[in-house]
Ligand binder design. Structure first.
Ligand code: FAD
Length: 443
């Protein structure tokens, strides 16, 4: 049984505490802010709209995540799952929303892609195994498999909607490791996916009162609740253990000794940890990791304002279309209880690596510049009845092509300090599901 300190009560920190407590360890979770959940912030507004500041959907893509949700008290009955099969996703091209369904017949029919691009897409399934340099960008990797048009109109908007990133800068190996492995072992990504008969049937979900229910349920199941509003004053090594001095709210400073520390605070904040200079100097150069700014703008309407009822998942915009926003989720069409009766809610994503400066515009500026384009696309009459926005100065860590260097530096740090782990979303993936990835055992 070890005494463990976990820095950060986001989904990752709470998951590590949850698993380690099950193994019989004693975990103290330190959180600097007043609330737990980190990037998961769900708010039911007084007018009845339920907004999310950050993540909107959790992809359940493994038995492990599915069973975790089942075993957390009070969570499984609150799962809400859209009928994904019926929800069209759209890609904007030439100011038109083109439906995109991941089935061969729909892909053959879609006006989104030229005949040549469709041919290139389908011919990938005959691709022979070949040696490729895997230390390449996601853009180059996809273009080698599917051609540039499919990369520009399928991959690029998808990456805007997940990483808020630029596929020309992201590393193929670090962002889509499974696809790169499939390409290496099989030659064709399509063939490899089709031949995997044991594929888990992925589900996109949220919860009745939003995704924040997940960290709340994890936190409630902990024997020792996270200590919020806590400032870490000093973290020092003592006889191979770590002494953490901290102050909670207006209480007097305290100190505790731990066998192992897990830091799950965001990469761009890791250098602010109060460590001795010698330890700090060994930390990875996280300042070199791009975290583009993003604004998430929620807009609510009376359903009468829509010429056609809002239906579908939302739309994403390829870089080539030169728009100043990344895409729109049809939030209340995905999850029914996001808007009051006779109202609809959409969520607009602005900024990212593509247009970082747009993210810092004020809410009225965003409504006056971006909303008219959305209004035109979705044929909405009049102004939004409700608006709410959240600016993320540092949104999502971008795993660029040279990300091996960052991973090497993380390994070097952990080899130098074997009972201090760096376990944030700069490591095993940026999706919520990746917060449930395995972690090193405590020492
Ligand atoms: C705008 C946006 C949209 C997203 N959309 C999706 C989506 O739809 N689906 C999806 O799967 N993923 C999405 N993501 C990604 C996902 O939300 C994050 O990768 C994930 O929530 C990260 O969790 P975490 O616990 O690693 O970090 P965080 O949630 O950032 O938690 C870190 C915690 O550390 C705390 N902390 C910071 N400094 C200190 C300190 N000095 N001492 C103590 N505590 C500290 C913070 O307050 C925070 O609570 C999105 C992210 C953003 C920003």
């Amino acid at each position: 049984m070890a005494e463990i300190a976990i820095l950060g009560a986001g989904l990752r920190g709470l998951y590590i505490a949850y698993e380690l407590e099950k193994q019989g360890h004693i975990c103290t979770v330190f959180e600097s802010s007043k609330r737990i959940g980190g990037a998961l912030v769900s708010t039911r507004n007084s007018s009845g709209f339920l907004t999310e500041d950050g993540a909107h959907t959790l992809l359940i893509n493994s038995e492990k995540i599915e069973s975790l949700i089942q075993e957390l008290d009070g969570l499984k009955q609150d799962i809400i799952e859209p009928d994904s099969q019926k929800l069209n996703r759209y890609i904007l091209r030439n100011n038109q929303l083109n439906p995109l369904q991941p089935n061969p017949i729909a892909l053959l029919k879609t006006p989104l892609l030229s005949l040549k691009a469709k041919f290139k897409l389908f011919s990938e399934s005959f691709r022979k195994k070949q040696t490729i340099d895997t230390n390449i960008s996601l853009y180059d990797f996809f273009a080698k498999h599917f051609g540039t048009e499919c990369t520009d109109y399928l991959l690029d908007p998808f990456i805007a909607g997940t990483y808020a990133g630029d596929p020309k800068k992201l590393s193929a190996r670090h962002t889509f490791p499974k696809l790169v492995k499939a390409s290496q072992s099989n030659g064709s990504i399509i063939r490899s996916i089709l031949s995997n008969k044991n594929r888990f049937k992925n589900k996109i979900v949220s919860f009745k009162e939003g995704l924040v229910q997940l960290p709340i349920a994890l936190s409630q199941s902990l024997k020792q609740k996270p200590i919020t509003e806590t400032e870490l004053l000093q973290i020092t090594q003592e006889d191979q253990r770590w002494k953490v001095e901290f102050q909670t709210g207006k209480h007097s400073p305290e100190q505790r000794i731990f066998d192992t520390v897990y830091s799950t605070i965001p990469a761009h904040k890791t250098h602010t940890l109060p460590l001795a200079d010698s330890v700090k100097n060994t930390l990875p150069d996280f300042n070199s990791v791009e975290h583009p700014p993003v604004t998430v703008l929620s807009l609510g309407f009376h359903t009468d304002q829509f010429k056609k009822p809002l239906s579908g998942f939302g739309y994403l915009i390829p870089t080539k279309e030169k728009q100043d926003y990344l895409g729109v989720l049809f939030t209340s069409a995905i999850f029914k209880n996001r808007a009051p009766k006779n109202h609809s809610l959409i969520t607009v994503f602005i900024g990212g690596s593509r247009n970082p400066n747009m993210a810092s515009l004020s809410e009225p500026e965003l409504i006056s510049t971006v909303y008219p384009k959305i209004q035109n696309c979705l044929q909405i009459k009049g102004d939004p009845a409700f608006s709410y926005s959240r600016y993320w100065e540092h949104s999502i860590p971008q795993y660029h092509v040279a990300y091996d260097n960052v991973i090497d530096q993380i390994d070097h740090f952990e080899n130098s300090y074997p009972n201090f782990y760096l376990s944030g979303n700069y490591r095993n993936g940026i999706a919520l599901g990746d917060c449930f990835s395995d972690f090193n055992s405590p020492i």
